[in-house]
Design a protein. Structure first.
Lengths: 385, 313
């Protein structure tokens, strides 16, 4: 039995990265804390840089990654927001950092619980974003992320997201691979242009005006576009070792479903349970969990949702004044279908508000009645009681 | 220039190429060139955002013959920390040369102000690197704004001398002493008219294990409003007036590197620069501020001599 945080730390122990630079913030703190124990006990030979802020944490990670090292860190909420400036720089340097992002809402008001308002503002930073449902998936995804990030055709940093407290702190059974299997799976990082190669000097972070900036961004876009292909290969290699599959979208009983809830991360477990229950009563329910948010799996969404009688998109963050992030992406993907399904949007779980089976039942019943179609609805607000 | 072989020094390959885009007469490339004369090992350089960084890395060119990285404005201390940490591991594994030295530089904006936290963290953690502040006493890359290093009375574009306010009202913070307070092995203050001093200090900084900090006063002819050719002259005035004392602190021991025999008054230093010209405007002189500058100098000099274990002179 272990937690999402400890599963992440265990993967780090097995990967034995060259450098970890981190700063404590709830609920991700356990990851660097546990890892610092491994360093203190000599279990790993990582250089652990206990920096003085999250901004310095991600900056030191960029420096270490550019130097040629394999680098990991973790953070949450305001820590992630403080790092914001450096994320696009890391991506542009093609620094393949693997980052444990333990989702927590952004203040104010101050609140330590889960929603996705910390990671969603980073969706355009040029990083891959993968959202995990449970601790097992966190563990497996860290291993995948190292290979994906460092692949020559990708060279893009990866956020491995998990729900704060819900996944990060709840204990559940997790199967770990033997150390030597992990070691062989992740291999050694081979940096093409390490800053430490004094015989072949390179400059990083140059001043690049309109004549070349666009082209550099274009290469990043191409790197991101290569993610699905590379990810597919790396994932099947890992699932050969574990027997577990993690496609970009997790389609649960959607094939013949009439009504589908589209959701991310841990709340999908609730929707899957309710799906089973409704199925027993003859309702053709289904759950589509978006696991990879960047790059966004538009084609998978289109083929899974074409022809449905109703689709509800549930966002765990808002885009105040605009369409919530998952809804915006999903609707944009479905737009190109000639007859897209009726769509309703929901905001749920802000600041760690619980998402109960009853909430999922209500959404499925709304879908059947069609009453909330075309609207943005809220789940579990006190005013609705 | 005792102990320095000029012939040898000038034959050393400068890690910065010709053809960079710094202004003619700028003190920063001079300071860096001298600094690199003090480094005999292979070196990896990290630069904070600033004139020097921008003007030496105009893509698709780079003026750096050595590995160079710029991340952002406020984080050169953290960036070099990451590089140095990776070097520890990678050199242990035989994947990098063991003898590489690490140098970070920033202007005073990137060091005194926005980068102070990052620098402080790196000094406290004890990374093996040298931080060089090329201090021109303001934000030059954005057009001569005031910084925490701008001296009292100077006119800068965000503390302009107007009819109601005579330039910057606050004193410069003493960053060299802040670095000393970190109890690091080596801290030095210098300027560039005496290359022997600058080179020797950087050499000592780089060869001292652990963090070292060198604060170099570097004129900007656009902000200071001086002639491009007067770079060295103005630095000499800064030291002869004791406005910018030259000293070092090794393992906590202070020593004065230069005690001017022929002292000049603060007025001579101020008058030589256009950024103080409002203090000497006919009919609107502010000799009270000139006197205050002299008093500030005397007070700081007294404190420094005491730390150096010397009688007030």
């Amino acid at each position: 039995m272990t937690s999402g945080n400890l599963a992440f730390a265990e993967a780090m122990r097995q990967i034995n990265p060259d450098v970890v630079a981190a700063y404590p913030i709830t609920p991700s703190t356990e990851i660097p804390m546990k890892f610092a124990e491994y360093v203190a006990d000599g279990v790993v030979d990582t250089e652990y840089v206990a920096v003085e802020s999250e901004h310095s944490a991600i900056t030191a990670c960029v420096g270490a990654s550019v130097a040629g090292g394999r680098v990991m860190t973790a953070s949450s909420a305001n820590g992630v927001a403080l790092m914001h400036e450096i994320f696009p720089i890391a991506a542009s340097f093609r620094a393949p950092i693997v980052f444990g992002l333990v989702n927590r809402c952004l203040g104010a008001p101050v609140n330590i619980h889960c929603d996705h308002s910390d990671s969603m503002p980073e969706r355009d930073s040029g990083w891959v974003q993968i959202y995990c449902e449970d601790a097992q998936e966190v563990y497996d995804t860290v291993l995948l992320a190292v290979r994906l990030a460092e692949h020559d055709d990708v060279l893009t940093p990866v956020f491995v997201c998990q729900d704060g407290f819900i996944t990060s702190h709840c204990y559940e059974p997790v199967e770990f691979l033997p150390d030597d299997v992990v070691k062989e799976f992740v291999g050694e990082r081979k940096s093409r242009y390490p800053l430490l190669d004094v015989d072949n000097p390179v400059s990083y972070g140059s001043f690049t005006m309109s004549e070349h900036y666009f082209e550099i961004k274009r290469t990043q876009i191409e790197g991101m576009n290569n993610v699905p292909r590379v990810y597919g290969g790396v994932m099947s290699e890992l699932s050969g070792l574990t027997g577990r599959e993690y496609p970009a979208v997790d389609c649960y009983r959607t094939d013949d479903a009439d009504y589908v809830i589209v959701i991310m991360s841990s709340a999908a477990g609730v929707v899957k349970d309710v799906t089973d229950e409704l199925r027993r009563g003859g309702v053709k329910a289904g759950c589509l969990r978006v696991r990879m948010f960047r790059p966004f799996p538009s084609e998978e969404l289109k083929s899974a949702l074409a022809g449905k009688k109703g689709v509800a998109i549930l966002d765990r963050s808002a885009s105040i004044g605009g369409t919530a992030p998952l809804a915006a992406e999903a609707k944009s993907a479905l737009y190109s279908l000639r007859d897209h399904p009726p769509i309703s949007e929901y905001i749920f779980g802000l600041g760690g508000r619980d998402f109960f089976p009853d909430d999922a039942r209500r959404v499925f019943s709304d879908l059947a009645s069609g009453e909330n179609e075309g609207k943005v609805n809220y789940i579990g607000l006190l005013e609705d009681e | 220039m005792a102990g320095v072989n000029i012939k040898e020094l000038v034959s050393k390959k400068n890690p910065m190429t010709e053809g960079h885009r710094m202004c003619p007469g700028c003190g920063a490339p001079t300071a860096l060139r001298q600094a690199f004369m003090g480094i005999d090992s292979p070196v990896v350089v990290v630069g904070a955002t600033g004139c020097l960084e921008v003007s030496t890395t105009v893509y698709p060119y780079s003026a750096w013959r050595v590995p160079f990285m710029h991340v952002a404005f406020e984080n050169a201390g953290a960036a070099i920390s990451g590089v140095e940490a990776a070097h520890k591991v990678l050199s242990r594994r035989g994947l990098a040369r063991a003898d590489i030295k690490f140098v970070a530089f920033g202007g005073d904006g990137g060091t005194y102000d926005i980068g102070l936290q990052s620098l402080s963290g790196a000094l406290e953690r004890g990374h093996d690197f040298t931080y060089i502040c090329y201090n021109n006493q303001g934000y030059m890359n954005t057009g001569a704004q005031r910084s925490g290093a701008t001296p009292r009375g100077a006119s800068a574009t965000t503390s302009p001398a107007g009819s109601a306010i005579p330039g910057k009202l606050q004193r410069a913070k003493n960053l060299t002493e802040i670095a000393v307070a970190h109890d690091i092995p080596y801290v030095a203050q210098t300027t560039l008219h005496n290359p022997a001093d600058l080179i020797a200090k950087v050499k000592r900084a780089v060869e001292t294990p652990g963090p070292a900090f060198v604060n170099i006063l570097v004129p900007c002819q656009l902000f200071w409003k001086i002639e491009a050719a007067d770079q060295a002259k103005i630095c000499r005035l800064a030291t002869d007036s004791r406005f910018w004392p030259i000293y070092e602190v090794a393992d906590g021991e202070y020593s004065l590197s230069y005690d001017p025999h022929a002292r000049v008054g603060a007025e001579d230093f101020l008058r030589a620069q256009g950024r103080y010209s409002h203090l000497f405007k006919k009919g609107r002189e502010r000799m009270d501020l000139v006197e205050q500058a002299q008093n500030d100098i005397e007070a700081e000099w007294g404190k420094l001599l005491k730390k150096c274990g010397r009688a007030l002179s």
